[in-house]
Ligand binder design. Structure first.
Ligand code: GLU
Length: 418
């Protein structure tokens, strides 16, 4: 029996088993590499604005500590379960290893719907969560970052809470902070930027001019929103976007600056237009050169994988494609998949840069951050495409094999203690 249950955790397990088979990994090593090292569940009581007391459940899962501290985001979402958090932590491990970062994966979060609480309540939840996490995290143990439902402000509250506890500023305890509180230039846009960078490389491989490419983005938060803007700035035509409230499609191209301004003002896309509205599910199967699922897990399934009409599937979200959908996509040589652990790794790569700058108290310019990001992403992309070609496997298999192998090798060389 395991405490980790649910379809997202099972998905991480199926993906891992496929890779373990591919690598002929001895059975004895499998559980040691797959199962999280440790997990913590906490109750976070706060006073609500109406004077009542409410308790929010929080989690943090640290997957492995073999290569350094663990690293990963903190998610605020209504239906969060520990199995999902564990799966996300496991994916962070493969992602960090693939990019060559000295981290294991972690993920955490609180079961709360941020729009349903006031700003004061959100601050109380954030601070109480970090307070409960203090024995479990640290700048050399586990470093948090934003994820769905959290942002720079939440990271600043985390950092402040931890720092007040130890009695001095510890900016390296979290990444994705505001630049004013020890954050790095370029972190906010990093995930969106990395998606565009790799999608453009994939398009060039397919001999499609990125400036003439059409793009559909699912999700308009920090990841999808910036990806949309950067695609637009680079001259691509964004024909579809959606968030959890609405979806819009226009074959002639959407007005991206107007969408961005609307999203900033209203917080959601609902109400932007009536003529351009399309069913959210249908948006995913409209023709385009690049499809970017940048919202939640398990949106490309066996039901729609066969109907996708994109040339490049650039996975901005974590775990957007189920293993059943992967089996279908593996047969379709017309779709170039940039798997999540490669495609969205720009976020954690620039988080790593932020941590390094905070540790050294020596800060870089934005150009330096972006150039180094391109360097790390370019290398990872080249390694994955080369391995996929050499072994005649999918891009996901190649990416995961590189990540899992690095963790396996580190565990083998360190040995089993005691
Ligand atoms: N939450 C992001 C991810 O899933 C970023 C993690 C980080 O920056 O540590 O990759």
């Amino acid at each position: 029996m395991s405490v980790y249950t649910g379809e997202v955790f099972e998905m991480a397990r199926t993906q891992f088993n496929r890779i373990a088979d591919q690598l002929n990994m001895p059975v004895d090593e499998r559980d040691r590499i797959f199962y999280p090292k440790r997990a913590l569940t906490v109750s976070c009581p706060i006073h609500r604005d109406d004077g009542s007391t409410m308790v929010y459940q929080g989690y943090r899962v640290q997957h492995h500590l073999t290569l350094g501290p663990t690293k990963g985001g903190t998610r605020f979402s209504n239906n969060l379960e520990i199995g999902e958090v564990a799966a996300l932590a496991i994916w962070m491990s493969w992602k960090c290893a693939l990019a060559g970062l000295p981290y294991g994966g972690a993920k955490g979060g609180v079961c709360v719907d941020p729009p349903a609480v006031s700003q004061r309540e959100l601050e109380a939840i954030s601070r109480r969560y970090m307070q409960e996490m203090i024995p479990f995290v640290g700048p050399h143990t586990d470093i948090m970052a934003p994820d769905m439902g959290t942002n720079e402000q939440v990271m600043a509250w985390f950092m402040d809470t931890y720092s007040m506890h130890v009695g001095h500023t510890v900016s390296e305890i979290v990444t994705g902070k505001p630049v004013a509180s020890g954050g790095t230039l370029g972190r906010r846009e990093a995930t969106g930027r990395s998606i565009v960078y790799l999608a453009e490389q994939a398009l060039e491989k397919l001999e499609i001019n990125p400036r003439h490419a059409t793009v559909i983005v699912q999700g308009f938060g920090n990841v999808g929103g910036y990806a949309t803007q950067i695609f637009h700035e680079h001259g691509a035509k964004v024909v579809g976007v959606s968030d959890h409230t609405a979806a819009y499609y226009n074959a002639d191209g959407l007005d991206v600056p107007a969408l961005v301004a609307y999203g900033r003002k209203h917080g959601v896309l609902k109400g932007f237009s009536t003529e351009l509205t399309i069913n959210r599910e249908k948006l995913l199967t409209q023709p385009c050169d690049v499809l970017v699922p940048a919202a939640i897990e398990r949106v490309i399934t066996e039901k729609n994988a066969g109907s996708l009409r994109c040339r490049v599937l650039a996975e901005g979200a974590n775990g957007p494609t189920t293993p059943e959908a992967d089996t279908i996509l593996d047969q379709n040589k017309d779709i170039f998949v940039i798997p999540d652990i490669l495609c969205n790794s720009g976020g954690v790569i620039v988080s790593y840069f932020e941590w390094v700058q905070d540790l050294q108290q020596f800060f870089w310019g934005e150009t330096e951050v972006n150039d180094r990001l391109a360097q790390v992403m370019g290398k990872a992309f080249a390694q994955v495409t080369a391995r996929a070609k050499a072994e005649n496997v999918s891009m996901r298999t190649a990416a995961m094999a590189i990540g899992v192998e690095k963790v396996q090798l580190a565990k083998r060389t360190r040995g089993l203690f005691p």
